[in-house]
Design a protein around this ligand. Structure first.
Ligand SMILES: [Zn+2]
Length: 495
């Protein structure tokens, strides 16, 4: 029998988690990872069984199904903070009761309910009482809330025509309305990374050997970092050179997301940005907040207008990235955007006071694939939020640094969006805070500071890599031989 086929047969569940880590087949060929409903244990094979998520009506009642994760010591990663490890479960989900086995991890809520999550039997087999892949995808693809069309998307004019002092009050009003909802945690949400880690750790527990996986970033860098800017108004266009100068002082480059309608742009100006080594991306059409909710034909017209406008200015330019104004998004928008660009940066890992939902986000600090696009999450809270909240400068820096330090420890992606517009970062205080952050980031020698398009290209490349065992040595099979990346195989060892 084909050995490869035989190996594949035992990995029925959690395929996307195996793919995320790039765990080599050699580690998996002796173990069984399958759904409990197909329970079949191979002779002498250690097993990970996964209870499929109960078929439930995915009714969402925010706040009512928040559970915290309690782990046995041997499973806790060094970067985990117990206060921030909560998950949301769909309402009406019920789980099997397995309190007789050794419980490695359970979930509990404020009402005193407990659910065993990961268990180990006497033969050292692991049981996931809740499908970890379901939990990851449930959060990653934001199925835990119902997006709403914001009020200002319904007004008949572009809301930027309202004076800035009115616009910046809207999120404050939203905050009062929705202060009861506490999920996902902000500014750090760690449970998707925690569940992914637990999956890898459990394979190690059953196989009792060190586990190889492909490092998340090339060139031996511990984490990736990028700087992006939304240019919402003409005042922002005028301030581009100043922000760019700040970055240049630290040898950094960034991506600029421009509207295709609403202010004046010239080929000379855009060429200047590209000559400096920056990237030009699309920030929708005119920032009226309606883009994500229009009829598909109109969305398509607006996106294709933007792409061709930049092409008309500079025929050689290729727009690879997109961010929707105010992060407002819909599946139909993303599917159309995927026809024109390679990656999207409209989705934060966790966000508060947003127009999409009071709290939302992919809950992950790693890129992922969605609707035919590579999604790079926005992971450092953007300047606009702090302007709405009137957060003092020292506090902004504290949050930015804390989040950056945490992402560095986990090895994810830091991405900071600052607006060059006068009412956001295009002023003395904004420049100072941004400059201080750049100074902080520049001291992190293990950061891969690069453009989002480079991160998206790398993530696509990594996706097509595989670790293989060649005569006892682990090697990486790459999609093409002439690549520029230096790749690293890492190992999860006991503790
Ligand atoms: Zn914007």
């Amino acid at each position: 029998m084909d050995l490869q086929f035989e190996k594949m047969k035992v990995i029925e569940a959690c395929k996307s988690l195996v793919e995320f880590w790039k765990i080599p087949m050699e580690h998996l060929c002796n173990i069984v990872i399958q759904n409990k409903k197909n329970l079949k244990k191979y002779k002498n094979s250690p097993a990970i069984f996964v209870n499929p998520f109960p078929t439930v009506e995915h009714k969402i009642e925010p706040g009512s199904q928040i559970f915290f994760i309690k782990l046995e010591k041997e499973l806790v990663p060094s970067w985990s903070n117990p206060r921030e490890s909560s998950v949301m479960l769909p309402t009406f989900a019920s789980f099997e009761n397995y309190w007789d086995d050794e419980i490695l991890c359970y979930l509990y809520n404020e009402e005193g309910s407990k659910i065993p999550f990961i268990l180990r039997d006497k033969e050292n087999n692991i049981l996931f009482n809740i499908d970890p892949e379901f939990l990851v995808n449930y959060h990653l693809y934001e199925n835990y809330f119902i997006p709403k069309i914001p009020l200002y998307a319904k007004i008949p004019f572009r809301y930027h025509l309202l004076p800035a002092f009115i616009r910046i009050r809207i999120p404050g009003l939203l905050q009062r309305r929705h202060s009861a909802i506490k999920f996902p945690p902000w500014p750090i949400v760690q449970h998707v990374e925690l569940i992914r880690y637990l999956f890898l750790k459990c394979i190690q527990l059953v196989t009792e050997k060190e586990l190889a996986y492909l490092d998340f970033w090339p060139f031996k860098r511990k984490f990736a970092a990028c700087l992006v800017h939304d240019v919402d108004t003409y005042s922002g266009v005028k301030n581009v050179s100043f922000l760019s100068k700040l970055e240049r002082a630290f040898g950094m480059k960034s991506s600029w997301y421009f509207l295709s309608k609403g202010y004046r742009l010239t080929p000379t100006f855009l060429e200047w940005i590209l000559r400096r080594g920056h990237e030009i991306c699309l920030h929708g059409y005119n920032h009226d907040g309606k883009l994500a909710f229009l009829k598909p034909k109109e969305i398509d017209r607006r996106i294709s207008y933007g792409i061709s406008r930049f092409k008309n200015f500079i025929p050689s330019v290729r727009i690879e990235g997109f961010r929707s104004p105010s992060h407002l998004r819909s599946t139909k928008l993303m599917k159309i955007v995927a026809k024109y660009v390679d990656y999207d940066m409209s989705i934060p890992d966790t966000e508060i006071l947003s127009q999409t939902a009071p709290r939302n986000g992919s809950c992950s600090i790693f890129p992922y694939f969605s609707n035919g696009l590579i999604t790079l999450p926005l992971t450092i809270p953007q300047d606009a939020l702090f302007r709405f909240l009137k957060t003092p400068r020292t506090q902004i820096l504290k949050i930015w640094k804390r989040k950056t330090d945490w992402i560095e420890k986990v090895g994810g992606l830091t991405s900071l969006n600052t607006h060059p517009d006068n009412h956001f970062s295009g002023n003395k205080e904004g420049y100072e805070v941004y400059s201080e952050y750049l100074a902080y980031l520049s001291k992190k020698e293990d950061a891969w500071v690069t453009l989002p398009k480079e991160i998206a290209r790398w993530w696509n490349f990594r996706y097509h890599c595989k670790i293989r065992n060649i005569n006892g040595d682990f090697r990486v099979n790459t999609p093409n031989r002439n690549h520029k990346y230096k790749l690293t195989i890492k190992y999860l060892r006991e503790n």
